[in-house]
Design a protein around this ligand. Structure first.
Ligand code: FAD
Length: 139
């Protein structure tokens, strides 16, 4: 049984580039063993992450991530059972914010800033889909 979970969180103010690299390194190392794929987006102190995989693996991982002191204020944006993965190519792909077109943000929210706290989970998922379609994801 495959599921997809998406959440947003706020990084602690002290999170720097090295720590972000550590998170991606841990994700790319651990996720394949647990059949997890997904995308991580980080911008202006906000994380949005989509996790796909078996229901128990995704639940376990979300529990670990929720307890991680490098971020807080987690909100669940979406959880669904799925027939197939959307992000199968990435153990944890990183959204390249440098390639993010502000017009894409405006398409789904009132302003051209990434703010998952003020838009629906559906809008955040649609944004992720477009990022994949426009090749704005790095391995
Ligand atoms: P260790 O303490 O060395 O690992 C302890 C044990 O847990 C090891 O035996 C290991 O095999 C096992 N383990 C590792 N990963 C899993 C897992 N997914 N399910 C069950 N057992 C596991 N971490 C990820 O692994 N994947 C992510 O996608 C991910 N995304 C993150 C996103 C954000 C925004 C943040 C802040 C953190 C994220 N993390 C992610 C990090 C996560 O919170 C833990 O710090 C990390 O999983 C610990 O891994 P470790 O191997 O260093 O831990």
């Amino acid at each position: 049984m495959l599921v997809r979970l998406m959440y947003a969180s706020r990084a602690v103010p002290t999170l720097d580039q090295d720590e972000l690299h550590n998170i991606l390194r841990q994700s790319k190392h651990n996720n394949p063993q647990h059949g997890i794929t997904g995308l991580l987006c980080y911008s202006s102190g906000i994380f949005i992450q989509a996790l796909e995989g078996g229901r128990s693996a995704v639940s376990r991982l979300y529990g670990r991530i929720a307890a991680d002191p490098r971020h807080g204020e987690l909100i669940l944006l979406n959880y669904e059972e799925i027939g197939e993965r959307r992000f199968a190519g990435w153990a944890m792909g990183q959204v390249n914010m440098g390639r993010l077109n502000p017009a894409l943000l405006l398409k789904y929210s009132a302003t051209a800033t990434l703010d998952p706290y003020s838009v629906s989970g559906k809008a955040s998922m649609a944004l992720f889909d477009e990022l994949v379609a426009t090749a704005s994801v790095m391995c």
